[in-house]
Design a protein around this ligand. Sequence first.
Ligand SMILES: C[S@@+](CC[C@H](N)C(=O)[O-])C[C@H]1O[C@@H](n2cnc3c(N)ncnc32)[C@H](O)[C@@H]1O
Length: 212
Amino acid sequence: MIVTDAVSSYLAGLRPEPDPVLAEMQAQGERERIPIVGPETGMLLHVLAAVGGATRVVEVGTAIGVSTLYLARALAPGGTVVSFEIDEARHAAAREYLGRAGVLDRADLRLEDARTGLASLAGPFEMAFIDGVKAQYSEYLDELLPLLGSGAVLAVDNVLMSGSVAEGKGDGHWSDEQVAGARAFNRRLLGDERLTGTVTPVGDGVLVAVAR
Ligand SMILES: C[S@@+](CC[C@H](N)C(=O)[O-])C[C@H]1O[C@@H](n2cnc3c(N)ncnc32)[C@H](O)[C@@H]1O
């Protein structure tokens, strides 16, 4: 746990009830152990997109569309979130859920490896969210940086890996290798002169940065 049990329970008590579609998505995520964002991370993404009035957002790792839903609901009129996923069943589930949630017109879901998909996009984007395979984070960042306009927001999930990243070793769920990779990635990103960012202990650790 990154925050204490007391803080975690308190935050859980503040959460609004999810709408029926989001509740179904969360239930599928839990049942099938799909690593979707929790409500606090989801709302952080929503706020970041809304505060900047984002109309062009790009996401790596749709899974079944939970984070995409939080982002899509925050978009300014006419906005779109382009989201990449390589798992066909998850991509199809996201399409179905986002259709029922009434935001499919704002979601450009692509069944494609983000490493090639990002290279085919034209910027600028106002926000990006990285939540794919942890070992590929640096590759996503390389492709994303040229797509971000000045003032664009970048959010990256799981940068603390249940706290293991601070401990410097794996915990059974996260491996030593993943932890070492996350530590290198965090240092790289926070030291990149094209970005200004910070790590927040929200959810599994969310790095938020702004493009200069
Ligand atoms: C952590 S889950 C995404 C969860 C989602 N962002 C959410 O919170 O609702 C990561 C997803 O990235 C997908 N993925 C892995 N490698 C990818 C790649 N190279 N390009 C696109 N998607 C990828 C996986 O199949 C998986 O569904």
